[in-house]
Write a protein that binds this ligand. Structure first.
Ligand code: COA
Length: 162
């Protein structure tokens, strides 16, 4: 059961003004191998709809609380969820679910019908969230992200609305 945030949240495509906060969030969770600023800038230019952020507004400030990044796959129907990350201090409040649902709506409007992601089998919070949103475990890949880094490959097939 999630706790509702006391402050209000908003969802939008990332802009260059968000990159410093994105890097800060990334380093807070992945101190040694987080995505660097050039990747975020390039994503904003190259895939403007695929990098979505969630911000939380309090009385004094607006903070970037999480982001979701996608990138196209090998065929035109495929899209990969590259990253979903919510700031530690905002977890368990429903923001990850809100962000992922928003991102899924956007990418489905863009016509992608096969959504893929990789996630550690040990990451129960993320696996549960993805399953809730219609992803199923397709395969388990050994050493997928290097030695000892096994991953579930999860797939969400989007039904055509036509
Ligand atoms: C995974 C992550 C994005 C979830 O974000 P969040 O804002 O805390 O999630 P929410 O509060 O929106 O919860 C959504 C669902 O996630 C699952 N979940 C979240 N936290 C959980 C926990 N501690 N244990 C089990 N399930 C959990 C639940 O299914 C929850 O739905 P419910 O409240 O209806 O049960 C967040 O934990 C995170 O950023 N983790 C680090 C980065 C990461 O692992 N990203 C995924 C890599 S592929």
């Amino acid at each position: 059961m999630t706790t509702k945030p006391s402050a209000s949240s908003s969802l939008s495509a990332a802009t260059p003004d968000d990159v410093a906060a994105l890097c800060h969030l990334e380093v807070s969770y992945y101190p040694h191998d987080g995505y660097p600023a050039p990747l975020f800038y390039q994503a904003i230019h190259q895939w403007p709809d695929l990098l979505q952020v969630i911000k939380v507004k309090s009385a004094h400030q607006t903070s970037l609380a999480g982001y979701c990044l996608g990138a196209p796959g090998q065929n035109p129907q495929q899209l990969w969820l590259m990253s979903l990350l919510v700031d530690q201090s905002y977890r368990g409040m429903g923001l990850g679910k809100q962000l992922l649902q928003h991102w899924l709506n956007r990418v489905e409007q863009l016509g992608f019908s096969q959504l893929w992601l990789s996630v550690s089998p040990a990451n129960t919070a993320a696996v549960k969230l993805y399953e809730q949103q219609g992803f199923v475990v397709h395969t388990t890949e050994t050493d997928y992200l290097g030695a000892g880094e096994d991953r579930y490959l999860m797939l969400r097939n989007v039904k055509s609305k036509h």
